[in-house]
Write a protein that binds this ligand. Sequence first.
Ligand SMILES: [Zn+2]
Length: 268
Amino acid sequence: MIKSEGAIPLYHFDTLGRASNLAHFITTRTGGVSLPPYNSLNLGLHTNDNSDQVLANRSLLAEATGIAKENFLYASQVHSGDVKIIDSMAIENGILSQNPRTDATITNLPGICLIVMVADCVPVLLFDPVKRVIAVIHAGWRGTVHQIASITVRTMAEHFGCDPADIISGIGPSIGPCCYEVGEDVRDFVSQSFGTTEGYLIRKNVSPKPYFDLWYANHKQLTDNGLKSENIETSEICTQCHSDIFFSSRASGGVTGRFAAGICIKQV
Ligand SMILES: [Zn+2]
């Protein structure tokens, strides 16, 4: 990933950055107006932060990216496997201001900025440069065992005719296998969903509990559904290890803000 400096510093994937007429970004904690423990660019309205300050932060992000703030789609994320297609009918029906309950969104409409908000969960961005279709995915452990990345790629193929071999993807900053200790209950979900825990759960001497590798689990769902490994960029930045840069729920005892990953087909 590369970082651009401005009033709001943003990270960008190298792979997606090479795509033409596409905007995408990952925000950090820096550049907003929220006070501790939400300092400072908290984009999550579902936190206990002052909502006026969150809305001010969203306006600052719109200004920094040059995308009209009414064209951002912030979903109400519920740790599901639900994927929503954002078509012109949905736009006409006002979905952009309705915070739809879903954990992945897909569109081929230029000018619409799909957003995923996270603090340890995995943000995944997808772009098919041939059919010109974008998607964002919110994948915490629940979304990951619901195989939301697989469902999203399949929906792109079925609904928009995307060839997964064309799709470019970025797996963003999130809690890494270095830190993501999980309970034994998660082990059952993992083995039920994937038929194995091999590669997904890691045993370490420091703890009797396993560590979940969400990066591997989401990368594998993408390649299992036809994406080429060379078209997937994993940032491999752990949010708990870098909670000075990114919001981390684990690092903050659950009380913190949300950073965002966004993607938008430019209007030409
Ligand atoms: Zn870590």
